[in-house]
Design a protein around this ligand. Structure first.
Ligand SMILES: [Fe+2]
Ligand SMILES: [Fe+2]
Length: 261
């Protein structure tokens, strides 16, 4: 079966790109399950119930989040109502919602999805993602062999280390958060597909989705310059992973990048 994972959807630009292309990608590639990182979907910061519904209507089956998971307070009760939006499962302090789920894909295959957050350069003091992964994968074992892990983090080393740590236990360990795709997609010896970052979906002519002039001003003045999601041509970045549903082993991973003229 084929799993599609789309990287951080940024603002209206990212949502419209998803609406325009996701269903077609699902059809064309025979996708069993589409997972979308939506942590920047609401104006660049967080997710609201309305934007979540928009991503689901566009074809997303599960939405993962990241450091911006709680930026919009209105999402907190929504996280308790749905099992299809995942916040990082190693966030401390018993937050609302959940960090992992097993869902049925389009042809009935069961797939586990896990949302994890890296600790290196992280904005908050998080629980150990390695131990959290051990715990969650143990819970999922018996429900499904196929598991897709979104590892949201800054450090390439940490994301790669987690992929090696989970090699043979997860079908895919896919990085998010930097909004910049890396060209290191591969299958590890135990059958885990890995890529350090899948990239983002939204404005192309931008600094990780935001207006370059504002980001430059913020960096040069060291002042809090409010950022805005950029406009103009859009990209959609993600990966497609081929997984044996019986064993959970991946046998293919391919980058996807759609770009407007
Ligand atoms: Fe992001
Ligand atoms: Fe992030």
């Amino acid at each position: 079966m084929r799993l599609l994972f789309v990287g951080d959807v940024v603002g209206r630009s990212g949502r419209s790109m998803l609406r325009q292309h996701l269903e077609r990608l699902i059809e064309e590639h025979g996708i069993e399950l589409a997972v979308v990182n939506g942590e920047n979907a609401a104006g660049g910061w967080g997710l609201t119930p309305d934007t979540a519904e928009e991503l689901f209507a566009a074809g997303a089956d599960v939405i993962t989040l990241g450091n911006h998971w709680a930026d919009r307070k209105e999402i907190l009760p929504y996280l308790e109502r749905t099992d299809r939006v995942l916040r990082p499962c190693n966030w401390p302090g018993d937050p609302p919602g959940r960090g992992a789920v097993v869902v049925e894909g389009r042809s009935g295959c069961k797939v586990g999805v896990v949302c994890l957050h890296g600790r290196v350069f992280a904005p908050a003091l998080l629980d150990d993602p390695f131990s959290a992964a051990d715990r969650v994968l143990e819970e999922l074992r018996g429900h499904t062999a196929a598991v897709l892990v979104d590892i949201h983090g800054d450090a390439t080393s940490e994301k790669q280390a987690l992929a090696w740590y989970l090699d043979g236990r997860a079908s895919a360990v896919l990085g998010t958060h930097t909004h910049t795709p890396t060209a290191d997609e591969r299958i590890l010896p135990g059958g885990t597909a890995a890529v350090t970052d899948v990239g983002m979906t939204g404005p192309r002519d931008a600094v990780i989705g935001f207006r370059p002039d504002l980001v430059i001003r913020r960096l040069r003045t060291q002042l809090h310059v409010p950022l805005e999601v950029a406009s103009g041509p859009r990209v959609l970045c993600g990966v497609i992973v081929d997984v044996d549903p019986e064993t959970g082993r991946a046998w293919g991973i391919e980058r996807v990048r759609l770009e407007e003229e």
